[in-house]
Design a protein around this ligand. Structure first.
Ligand code: ZN
Length: 201
């Protein structure tokens, strides 16, 4: 198809690599770019290139940061460094920040334990978490998802933290969180209630 339009063909083929772009919209997206002013297309792609170049991961919590070693949360004086909320992904952090009311810091695991998919603790940011937890930490909130993988991850981290022999409160999100759901897809009120109503793990 479109053998007489090789440039369009190539654009569509490359757009098809974007995982969240519904395939039925691919032609519309391709045509949208063709019809846009050249300057606007350049603006968009330059913005993506700049974001790719400047955005990196915080060296403490793995949150995103722009051109700095520490993210805005880790370097904020308004945040309570003694409370660490452990989440699976950046999307979960974003959901908690959107909900508001939490003033501690985070640790992003970048995944959850899943033996079936071959994902072990070595594939997650857990060593860096245990490296952070010392006498100055009062609470670790296990905000992994309420899926079998998220629960297994919470149990694993909890038992390892208990072995550290520190006086740390370990808590889990309130039981109002629907089974199998992730913070990312929950509304702000549910996220807020889950966090503020957290219970000892
Ligand atoms: Zn950070």
């Amino acid at each position: 198809m479109f053998k007489d339009l090789p440039a369009l063909q190539k654009t569509i083929r490359l757009l098809q690599r974007v995982p969240y772009l519904a395939s039925k919209n691919i032609y519309r997206v391709a045509l949208y770019f063709l019809q846009e002013k050249e300057n606007d297309v350049v603006l968009l792609f330059n913005a993506i290139l700049k974001a790719k170049k400047d955005i990196r991961k915080c060296s403490i919590c793995f949150n995103l940061t722009e051109s700095k070693d520490l993210c805005s949360i880790c370097s904020s004086k308004a945040r309570d460094l003694s409370v660490i909320c452990v989440v699976e992904t950046w999307y979960d952090l974003a959901a908690i920040e959107r909900a508001g009311g939490y003033d501690g810091v985070y640790h992003i695991l970048e995944g959850s334990l899943c033996p079936l998919d071959g994902i072990s603790a070595d594939d997650l940011n857990v060593d860096s978490l245990f490296g952070r937890v010392n006498e100055s930490v009062s609470e670790v909130i296990l905000a992994t998802n309420s899926t079998p993988e998220g629960e297994a991850t919470a149990s694993f981290i909890s038992s390892r933290l208990a072995n550290l022999d520190l006086q740390i409160k370990i808590s889990r999100l309130a039981s109002g969180v629907p089974i199998g759901s992730s913070l990312e897809y929950m509304d702000r009120v549910t996220v807020y209630k889950a966090l503020s109503g957290r219970r000892p793990f």
